[in-house]
Design a protein around this ligand. Structure first.
Ligand SMILES: Cc1ncc(COP(=O)(O)O)c(C=O)c1O
Length: 346
């Protein structure tokens, strides 16, 4: 089966498992795990921040960032399709007492026009706007890259408006490879940045949240509160270190694979790729009602050995990753052609 449901389905490679086997460890709740310490220092350095802290998931790094930047009764701004708003169970409300104001961007990209008048005045009837969150690359935006000049403009605006800025960079490594910009450049407009090792980089789990020393020490306290203090965590930190050493440059292959899939999809009038050619490793396309539902398209593809995700009644998502070879992408393209060729209205 060619599994294109997500880049989170990758399994640790032999080299990664060997690194995990050899990892030097300590108790990171009592004091320090040396392998984790090395990962956190390296991630902070790569992102150009003072410090970084490891957590089990990108959901936790995002939610703890929100909690540290804001206090109960505060509001943050985000685009209406972002992961933080759509796929984290409203944890910002459940766990931290926060309110989200969503703004409609295009494939997750917000402009100054979109943000105009979005900061609330200081008034005792209202919540207080404290934070702006962006996502790069954008998952529901078909792996869209945030244009960096635009990011700089909206983050400058946020800071001038008295807000903090947080980046959900679950796939920031993809953004760096696709744009040629360093992680440091991409992270620089933000006060805090979350990156995941368990997406395109192929580690079994783990994310880091980076920011100032003060921010990270508050995040460490919140991580303990949420039950995320981990003991001999070097066993998994070593997988992330291995991924940083071996799996960044190869993301360009995943991006090329997504473009190949998009070409096959583009051969059919009743399939339309969101936003044109994919910029990174995510491809979302719409299935016209004339063919059928996205779920029926996904079910047919599975019969041809390709597993994808029906993202909505009309949208399919395919994500390329480390565990899918070029040969398998050719086979997936053939499967798309066979399924799409069965035009249901004909
Ligand atoms: C953009 C984005 N942010 C955050 C997350 C959450 O990561 P995790 O699944 O590790 O909680 C995901 C997961 O797919 C994501 O796509």
């Amino acid at each position: 089966m060619i599994d294109l449901r997500s880049d989170t389905v990758t399994r640790p490679t032999v080299g990664m498992r060997e690194a995990m086997f050899r990892a030097e460890v300590g108790d990171d709740v009592i004091d320090v795990d040396p392998t984790l310490d090395a990962l956190q220092r390296r991630t902070a350095e790569m992102l150009g921040k003072q410090a970084a802290i490891f957590m089990p998931s990108g959901t936790m790094t995002n939610q703890i960032a929100l909690r540290v930047h804001c206090k109960p009764g505060d509001e943050f701004l985000c685009d209406s399709d972002c992961h933080i708003y759509n796929y984290e169970q409203g944890a910002f409300a459940q766990l931290s007492g926060l309110v989200a104001k969503t703004l409609q961007g295009v494939q997750g990209v917000l402009t100054l026009d979109d943000l105009e008048n979005s900061v609330r005045p200081v008034n005792e009837h209202m919540v207080q706007t404290r934070l702006l969150c962006l996502e790069n690359t954008h998952n529901r935006g078909s792996g869209k890259l945030q244009p960096q000049d635009q990011v700089v403009r909206v983050c400058d605006w946020a800071h001038e408006s008295g807000l903090q800025t947080h980046l959900d960079g679950a796939r920031l490594f993809n953004a760096s490879v696709a744009t040629g910009l360093s992680l440091k450049e991409l992270a620089s407009p933000f006060d805090s940045v979350s990156v995941c090792f368990s997406k395109g980089l192929g580690a079994p789990l783990g994310s880091c949240l980076a920011g100032t020393h003060e921010f990270v020490s508050k995040a460490r306290r919140a991580r303990k509160l949420f039950g995320g203090g981990m003991r001999q965590v070097g066993v998994v930190a070593s997988a992330a270190i291995y991924a940083l050493d071996h799996h960044i440059e190869r993301l360009a292959i995943d991006h090329e694979h997504a473009r190949m899939l998009a070409q096959a999809v583009g051969e059919f009038d009743f399939l339309s790729v969101m936003g044109g050619e994919p910029e990174t490793n995510i491809l979302i396309f719409h299935v016209s009602r004339a063919w059928g539902t996205a779920q029926s398209f996904a079910t047919e593809l599975e019969k041809h050995g390709v597993r994808v995700m029906a993202f909505s009644p009309i949208a399919i998502r395919m994500v390329t990753h480390l565990d899918v070879s070029t040969d398998q992408i050719h086979r997936a393209c053939e499967a798309i052609r066979r399924v799409a060729g069965k035009n249901r209205t004909v």
